[in-house]
Design a protein around this ligand. Structure first.
Ligand SMILES: [Fe+2]
Ligand SMILES: [Fe+2]
Length: 398
């Protein structure tokens, strides 16, 4: 992921926010500063570092900007801007992750497994309301701790949310269908619960599938569908989404090699959301792509893999710079996208967090990028939403 890197004179080093971008070595090749050290941490732990570097003849240090903003600060800033930007209820996410974990753990025990899936269905029923309440793709899509980010459950929740956003955008007058899409998105990979040891990363990577891997990979949609039917789910959209989310528009998918319009609509939506989520998450990708890069990849797969209407729906739902994208502005300031309007995908509202030198500003300012204005988005740097967020602690009552 590219980030802004610049040279800082030694005298200013401890006044700048960011991390060391390149190893600093002494003339006799001793390591003076390792890559990735936070300058603010350095200031606290080694205030005499500047004189040490000076002694070794160092004059500049390469620094990489990281918008140093905690999840708490970000949420406070979100609450302070008007019109307000609503965040998905993080507690709901936590509960869903936990519940998925319980299903995976007890998948061999039929009664526990079915109880788990039924509970999950009640959680799923709350998601469409959250999606309607949140005008933009949620900023916490999905904010979780590192341990949880690696979890396949986060993937399922993100796919459910994305599916819901796209479905809502394309079928606003069909709320029951939107709900079914969300449920289908949430459970699309539930068949994987039977293969806890299987490396989905290698199976879905660019290296292709080994024959044995292909068998496992290909059967998870069918297993998932039968799990849903076992608990009495009869909705054709839900079952279709789970069974057919790996079908491809030109007929090269699994398990039924369906083609074009024969692929259930809910499955077509889940397929696009699934691909986008996989590209941007670190579950399957060593180097997850930024949202704008992932969108380009998805667009490139339109017509071979995806229904072009759904891809347009994805673009309309999240824009080129989805909320949470860290952006470098043309005047070198760094901000986080708060919201994008569908009609104006290049002109989001941005929360400015750092000045042109990468120094954090306080309080944060909001800026509406305007078509006719002087300031524009130069490039996307990273996704705040994919950064480590602190665990959400609900405010104590009273
Ligand atoms: Fe899948
Ligand atoms: Fe998936």
């Amino acid at each position: 992921m590219r980030q802004k890197v610049w040279k800082v004179a030694l005298g200013e080093l401890l006044d700048v926010e960011g991390v060391v971008a390149e190893e600093v070595m002494s003339r006799d090749q001793a390591l003076l500063l390792p890559v990735g050290v936070s300058l603010s941490a350095l200031k606290e732990t080694q205030p005499d570092i500047v004189s040490l570097l000076l002694k070794h003849g160092v004059t500049h240090v390469k620094v990489k900007s990281v918008p140093v903003i905690t999840a708490g600060e970000f949420r406070t800033a979100l609450n302070s801007v008007t019109p307000s930007v609503v965040e998905l209820n993080p507690l709901l996410t936590k509960i869903a992750i936990h519940q998925f974990g319980a299903i995976y753990e007890n998948v061999e025990d039929r009664s526990l497994r079915e109880r788990g899936i039924r509970t999950m269905l009640t959680i799923a029923a709350r998601l469409p309301g959250e999606i309607r309440r949140t005008p933009q793709i949620t900023l916490s899509l999905v904010g979780a701790e590192d341990r949880e980010r690696e979890s396949p459950h986060i993937h399922s929740i993100n796919v459910a949310l994305l599916t819901g956003y796209i479905a809502q955008r394309l079928f606003p007058v069909l709320p029951a269908f939107v709900e079914a899409c969300v449920v289908g998105g949430l459970f699309h990979d539930i068949g994987k619960a039977f293969f806890p040891q299987f490396s989905w990363r290698s199976a879905t990577g660019s290296g292709g599938l080994f024959p044995g891997d292909a068998k496992i990979f290909n059967c998870h949609p069918l297993l998932g569908e039968s799990l849903m039917k076992d608990v009495g789910v009869r909705d054709t959209h839900v079952c279709g989404a789970v069974r057919s989310h790996h079908e491809k528009w030109e007929g090269a998918g699994v398990p039924d090699r369906l083609r074009g319009e024969n692929i259930p609509m809910a499955a077509r939506i889940v397929a696009v959301a699934d691909c986008f989520e996989n590209l941007t998450s670190n579950l399957l990708e060593d180097d997850p792509r930024r949202s704008d890069q992932a969108i380009s990849t998805v667009i490139g797969l339109t017509s071979s893999d995806f229904d072009s209407r759904i891809v347009r729906g994805l673009l309309a739902s999240i824009g080129l710079y989805p909320p949470g994208t860290v952006v470098l502005l043309s005047d070198q300031r760094v901000g986080i996208v708060l919201e994008t309007k569908e009609r104006d995908l290049l002109c989001p509202r941005v929360l400015i967090c750092a000045d042109a030198l990468g120094r954090r500003i306080a309080p944060f300012e909001t800026l509406k990028i305007r078509k006719e204005g002087n300031v524009y988005i130069k490039e996307a740097l990273d996704d705040f939403s994919r950064r480590k967020l602190e665990p959400y602690v609900p405010a104590a009552a009273g």
